[in-house]
Design a protein around this ligand. Structure first.
Ligand code: GLN
Length: 538
């Protein structure tokens, strides 16, 4: 562990979905504003090596980092709030921990010892707790422990946190417990008992939380705070109220008002390195809350019943909308419900259309119809990953009249594979971690909409896909007006497609949404919203 690095652990109690990720990211933002370098990591208790193989309905979107790690969506919050990049080291699962330990065992590294949860699994967890701190880049490492205290599967993580206190020493170690104070409307009372119980569970595991962050729908009266302090064995001013907020981006300021950063700094014996500067954050919030115009944008995909499946895209619209002071009403529409005979009624109220990333055949034809509608009616169109592939297929079918054009993902035997597997993907049989992942360079064509948006011609964006535009069709497609305006400089793979004679029709093979942050909105989203505003005015 870095000798001067401070470690903050965040556990959760009473129920899941209390927003540990948002609290971690908000605290990180506040500490950054005081001049500290901060990173956040997430430890997930499930057995998958990473979330790459999970259906989005399980834990929401799979977030991808620059170094190509497929991670939990909370890492997206960390990047969006902190404006710093994360990596594979920022997301560790139980599966990865066991995989590491078992690999070492097979190599004989334990020298004949019996391999056990304690100490071998807990040692491996701690090695990973300290890894980022050891890089010497961070004053503070915040570690979010996924799941709920008391879950069988998170026990080794909790035990490792207990041990970490002794590795680190009390002034380098702090535990924040995020909990829920339910309100019983019949009794008109806030109840502390579930929190008492969950803290008791932590105490049983040998962990005394230093700070309680209490999610609540009503302000916590002084007597409730006192009761929590008394029964949970924490200082009264370390009982922090976390009222439900209108927007997740309000939480840093709410936590500042509650002095969460000060309480953390006191315990960790930290003094501010610079003056608290949250001006740019307040600026962003000001614009977010005072839009001067509004547009309706349709997000067409197949996982629409769980909006978390499109977390980064939804947040990108928040950032870009704020940048142009425009309220974006995002309508999530299932592509399975769009057919030849109803697309008009499904799509005609939209000022802009986004076809989402995705996998597999379900809802595919609805996406084709959607693109056709956007192309023919000159509605601003943004296609992301599968969305770009659909745009190419629609164009091949309806403009080039290659009626059977398809992606080999949907029809392996298609006569016109306008989207196909990369050569080096053809022999891969394993699913996990084998897509084209992470950051790749892209050169933009001068004068293109993309180059105009970015304000430069060399960019880097993140990827997560197997299939590619088939360059054998490039000439034919370009001659008919769909132009490759972004290409990978090393491989020639097509990264961006733009339609001529259309106000704004851009498909990207990469995922621009992963790099959008509150303070750095993604330029393609900004221009897409702008195009939707112009379209609405017409
Ligand atoms: N299924 C497509 C592919 O693998 C698109 C993936 C995506 O949209 N992320 O290439």
């Amino acid at each position: 562990m870095g000798s001067s690095t401070k470690y903050i652990f965040i556990t959760g109690g009473v129920t899941s979905s209390l927003g540990k990720g948002i609290i971690a990211a908000s605290l990180g933002r506040l500490l950054l504003a005081r001049g500290f370098s901060v990173t956040i990591q997430k430890f997930d208790p499930y057995l998958n090596i990473d979330p790459g193989t999970l259906n989005p309905y399980e834990h929401g979107e799979c977030y991808v980092t620059d170094d190509g790690a497929e991670t939990d969506l909370d890492l997206g919050h960390y990047e969006r709030f902190l404006n710093v990049t994360t990596s594979q080291s920022n997301n560790i699962t139980t599966g990865r921990i066991y995989n590491n330990v078992i690999t070492k065992e097979r190599k004989g590294e334990f020298l004949g010892k019996t391999v056990q949860v304690i100490p071998h699994i807990t040692d491996e967890i701690k090695t990973n707790f300290y890894k980022l701190g050891e890089e010497g880049k961070y004053d503070v490492v915040i570690t979010e422990i996924g799941g709920c205290v008391g879950d069988i599967e998170s026990l080794p993580f909790i035990e490792a946190v207990r041990q970490a206190r002794w590795d680190l020493g009390p002034s380098n170690f702090l535990v924040i417990h995020l909990t829920l104070i339910p309100y019983l409307s019949a009794a008109k009372e806030l109840k502390t008992k579930p929190t008492q119980h969950s803290v008791k569970q932590l105490l049983e595991a040998g962990i005394q939380p230093d700070i309680l962050v209490c999610r609540t729908e009503h302000h916590l009266p002084a007597d409730v705070k006192k009761k929590l302090a008394l029964f949970c064995n924490v200082q009264l001013n370390n009982v922090i109220e976390a009222m439900d907020a209108e927007s997740i981006y309000d939480v840093p300021l709410l936590m500042k008002k509650e002095k969460l950063d000060e309480r953390v700094m006191t315990k960790l014996k930290l003094t501010s390195k610079s003056n608290t500067d949250l001006e740019n954050w307040k600026d962003f919030l000001g614009k977010l809350k005072n839009p001067t115009q509004e547009v309706t944008i349709g997000l067409i995909g197949k996982y629409v019943s769980l909006p978390d499946s499109y977390k980064s895209i939804i947040e990108s619209f928040t950032h870009a909308g704020a940048a142009v002071e425009c309220k974006v009403h995002l309508k999530l529409i299932s592509s399975e419900e769009i057919h030849m005979d109803n697309f008009e009624s499904k799509l005609n109220e939209l000022d802009g259309i986004l076809v989402a990333p995705g996998f597999g055949e379900r809802g595919f034809e609805g996406k084709i119809e959607t693109v056709r509608y956007a192309r023919e009616n000159k509605i601003p169109f943004f296609g992301i990953c599968l969305g770009m592939q659909v745009a190419v297929i629609e164009f091949a079918r309806n403009v080039l009249h290659l009626e059977t054009a398809n992606s080999t993902e949907m029809d392996p035997k298609t006569v016109h594979p306008v989207i196909g597997l990369m050569e080096n993907q053809k022999k891969i049989v394993q699913m996990g971690g084998t897509m084209r992942l992470g950051s790749y360079a892209c050169d933009l064509k001068k004068g293109s909409k993309a180059a105009h948006a970015y304000g430069r011609t060399k960019i880097q964006e993140r990827h997560r896909h197997r299939y590619e535009f088939n360059n054998e069709y490039l000439k034919q497609v370009e001659d008919a007006g769909l132009i490759a305006t972004g290409k990978n400089p090393d491989t020639g793979l097509v990264e961006i497609m733009e339609l001529k004679n259309h106000p704004w029709f851009v498909g990207v093979q990469f995922h621009p949404e992963y790099k959008s942050t509150a303070l750095n909105p993604q330029p393609l989203f900004v221009k897409f919203i702008q195009a939707a505003i112009d379209n609405k005015k017409k």
